[in-house]
Write a protein that binds this ligand. Structure first.
Ligand code: ASN
Length: 314
């Protein structure tokens, strides 16, 4: 049971929050950004699908213990942390798909301070059949530059309100390897890299051990055919994605090596055994993109009912 006082306090906070012009402007900007993203995807002939909110299996991410499960009609369902498995499945029917997908992730409580974590957020998740990592990275670069170009032209009032100095990044974006970033800045390299960068920068080839089992391994199987895109000026991660593993024997081997119980992933494993095409794709957080474009200190302004790690909220 929620304490009535806590609920009242939260409602008061929300009322104050809704009167803040920053919230109104950030959400107006986000609405335009979503439109620009949609136009871009349509131009590239993507089919937009609607999101899955709960299903028998979801992305474990690095913390399977934070998966939220509940029972419906005696079957166990999980709240979506990402639609990765559904995206791969959809490749049986479509060549290019995208979804504005709401994700729910229990983050560590102290991450409310990071300025870039919400436990409920939306990512533009996309997948392309038989694509390579390079294909989808190129797509990500085109998408980000097009959105920024259109914002500068068509969201002038919002950009002026935030006093944001934005420039369209030139392509191709710079790339570094995980290995290089880690050796330069240690395990928090994302923060440091982002703080020092004045343009978006790709980080490639994460170690197999550090990421989920669904990314395809590279020529050196210790590293993956994956990537993150990092925003400049300290805004942190923008995009995460890569090529997918589609061969069931490889996934079984990865699960075994990671000590993960295969029965947790039966729907996925059976899908792979019946055959799906290889693909590549990524997800881009919509609120994080809005935060970066507006130059906001906190992501909370980018949703009208923000849920921050460790906090109670409507
Ligand atoms: N959307 C990401 C991807 O496509 C997965 C994630 O959100 N963890 O790889």
């Amino acid at each position: 049971m929620q304490n009535i006082e806590v609920i009242k306090k939260n409602l008061e906070d929300i009322k104050g929050f809704l009167k803040d012009e920053k919230v109104m402007m950030a959400n107006r900007l986000k609405s335009k950004i979503i439109g620009f993203l949609r136009d871009f995807m349509e131009k590239k002939e993507f089919v937009e699908l609607l999101p899955v909110i709960a299903s028998p299996v979801t992305d474990p991410l690095s913390s399977p213990e934070t998966t939220i499960s509940f029972s419906v009609y005696g079957y166990s369902l999980q709240l979506t942390k990402s639609m990765i498995f559904h995206k791969q499945f959809a490749m049986l029917a479509f060549d290019k798909i995208c979804i504005f997908s709401p994700n729910f992730r229990i983050e560590k409580e102290d991450l409310w301070k990071s300025g870039r974590h919400l436990i409920e957020f939306t990512q533009l998740d996309l997948e392309v059949k038989e694509a390579t990592r390079e294909d989808v990275m190129k797509l990500g670069e085109e998408m980000l530059t097009e959105v920024i170009t259109r914002v500068l032209d068509e969201a002038r009032e919002e950009i002026q309100f935030f006093g944001r100095k934005l420039k369209v990044p030139s392509r191709p974006f710079k790339t570094v390897t995980y290995h290089w970033a880690y050796s330069m800045f240690g395990k928090d390299f994302e923060v440091e890299l982002s703080r020092r960068a004045d343009a978006p920068i790709w980080v490639l080839d994460f170690p197999e051990k550090s990421r989920e089992f669904y990314y395809r391994q590279g020529e050196n199987p210790l590293y993956l055919r994956d990537f993150d895109l990092i925003y400049p000026e300290g805004y942190g991660e923008a995009i995460s994605g890569g090529e997918r593993e589609w061969r069931p024997e490889k996934i079984r081997e990865r699960l075994r090596n990671k000590g993960i119980d295969q029965s947790l992933y039966y729907p996925y494993l059976i899908m792979l055994e019946q055959g799906i095409p290889p693909s590549a794709g990524f997800g881009m957080g919509v609120e994080r993109l809005t935060r970066f474009i507006a130059g906001l200190e906190s992501i909370k302004y980018c949703r009208i009912f923000p849920k921050l790690p460790g906090k109670f909220g409507l």
